[in-house]
Design a protein around this ligand. Structure first.
Ligand code: SAM
Ligand code: SF4
Length: 439
């Protein structure tokens, strides 16, 4: 028997990349690879890249440069670039960094086994097509190994919205939903392997419209179908667009007990002028009314969002409108970014806001969000929450997990096992987590 080859995957960016990295490891498992935690002893290194952050491509090139020594020590080492930078840069990656053997875009991961074989034959392998077939169907799943109690499951990919700042429609392609039966089969398989919470993923997850037995299904219908799976206790989904928040999905938040009371609903800005220039096709007012309806369905829901400050032509008054919106919504969590240009997107060509102004606005916004986040976490003290325990805590006898509101919770009790869902009374709120005791 030959020793297994070692695969090191470094994952950048969103949960969709985490999910994709797992699938790539599974696909290469069929080629005799096992995962390793260190690049130093790897036979193949894959960088699963993200194009959302600033200078993403440059960071990938500098990371690749660091592998020169490893390749010199082991000429059989294969180096690959996957993800959105691979899609955006394509062949250019191999031109600029000749030690790269393989470049694969997010829609072509099922072709990895053949691509790997090609690199072993001494050739370069490049695939950044947008093929018609369902890559997830083609990616074989591992034999039923048990796994942790939470899992991601991609149900939808790509985006047709073309927000003026965003590369996703170019790197991930058009919106595609996976058929419901495949998602349900994958969910059942995950539950058999010990998963109790599934987070449905998509760039525009609430635009889901995959084929079901009686025609296309909405995300809410998919959630209700998942709700019937015994052993699956919690359902989450991310990321949603305000325009795709259908009535049935809002109603599900009030009616489906497995659907957790946490919703990530990015708004980006509170200024209608900026929203229009961002091509967001919603207004601050329509977003606020939407949140009212969601809270009417599920009053305790914890809202989270994404914000971009310093989008081209953002004035102090526009920024203030964003701050006002944040005050009104009262978020439990938020991600905020300084606008940064993405070549090829419409906003990249426009007059840019000064870097210092962006930094100063970001700081003000983050101060406000941190205050709200802190208040949301502190308000849990004295309450009973339900916690899905995921892993041992830092201290002996301590277990850590997440509440239904996605707050990290620690409990000291030797009787708790990974995968348990237990009622916990919150006794204190720390810097990043809550501590509690079993009820
Ligand atoms: N589809 C989701 C949405 O509509 O909100 C997520 C898109 S993106 C993967 C995640 C976040 O990155 C966006 O919500 C936005 O706030 C941020 N982002 C995207 N492009 C950006 C840019 N050019 N500059 C700064 N932030 C950006
Ligand atoms: Fe990007 Fe989200 Fe806008 Fe699509 S909806 S273009 S993924 S920010």
């Amino acid at each position: 028997m030959t020793a297994p080859k070692k695969l090191f995957i470094k994952t950048y960016g969103c949960q969709m990349n985490v999910y994709d990295s797992e699938r790539m490891a599974e696909a290469l498992g069929g080629q005799g690879y096992v995962e390793t935690k260190s690049a130093d002893d790897a036979d193949m290194i894959l960088l699963n890249t993200c194009h959302i952050r600033e200078k993403a491509a440059e960071k990938v090139y500098s990371e690749l440069g660091r592998f020169k020594g490893l390749k010199a020590a082991n000429p059989d080492l294969k180096i690959g670039v996957a993800g959105c930078v691979a899609q955006a840069e394509g062949e250019e990656i191999m031109r600029r960094q000749p030690l790269v053997d393989l470049v694969v875009g997010p829609q072509s991961y099922h072709r990895l086994p053949e691509m790997e074989a090609k690199t072993r034959a001494g050739e370069k392998a490049l695939d950044t097509d947008f093929p018609e077939e369902d890559k997830f169907e083609k990616l074989k799943t591992r034999p039923k190994a048990s796994r942790g109690p939470t899992a991601f499951l991609t149900v939808q990919e790509g985006c047709d919205k073309f927000c003026a700042f965003c590369v996703v429609p170019y790197t991930r392609g058009a919106e595609v939903s996976r058929p419901a039966d495949r998602i349900l089969a994958e969910a059942r398989d995950l539950v058999e392997r010990g998963v109790r919470e599934i987070t449905l993923l998509g760039q525009n997850v609430n635009a889901y419209h995959g084929a079901g037995a009686d025609g296309d299904m909405t995300l809410a219908q998919l959630i209700w179908a998942l709700d019937k799976i015994d052993g699956l206790e919690r359902i989450r989904f991310t990321t949603s667009h305000p325009n795709d928040m259908g009535d049935d999905l809002i109603a599900a938040h009030g009616a489906c007990s497995k659907l957790m009371p946490y919703l990530h609903l990015p708004v980006q800005s509170g200024s209608d002028k900026i929203l229009k220039r961002m091509n967001r096709s919603h207004t601050a007012e329509s977003y606020l009314r939407l949140i009212e309806r969601i809270r009417a369905a599920r009053p305790d829901i914890l809202m989270s969002g994404d914000f971009i400050v310093g989008f081209p032509e953002e004035t102090e008054a526009d920024f203030q409108a964003t701050m006002d919106l944040i005050e009104e919504v009262n978020y439990g969590y938020a991600y905020s970014f300084k606008y940064s240009t993405r070549p090829g997107t419409p906003a990249a060509e426009r007059a840019q806001v000064d870097e210092d102004v962006k930094s100063e606005r970001l700081q003000r916004l983050q101060t406000l969000i941190t205050r709200q986040q802190r208040a949301a976490q502190d308000s849990m003290v004295g309450k009973e929450v339900s916690v899905l325990f995921e892993k041992p805590g830092r201290q002996e006898g301590q277990m850590g997990g997440k509440s239904e509101y996605l707050h990290a919770v620690h409990v000291e009790d030797a009787g708790i096992k990974v995968g348990d869902i237990r009622k916990v009374r919150v006794i204190a709120s720390g810097s990043n987590s809550l501590s509690g005791e079993l009820v």
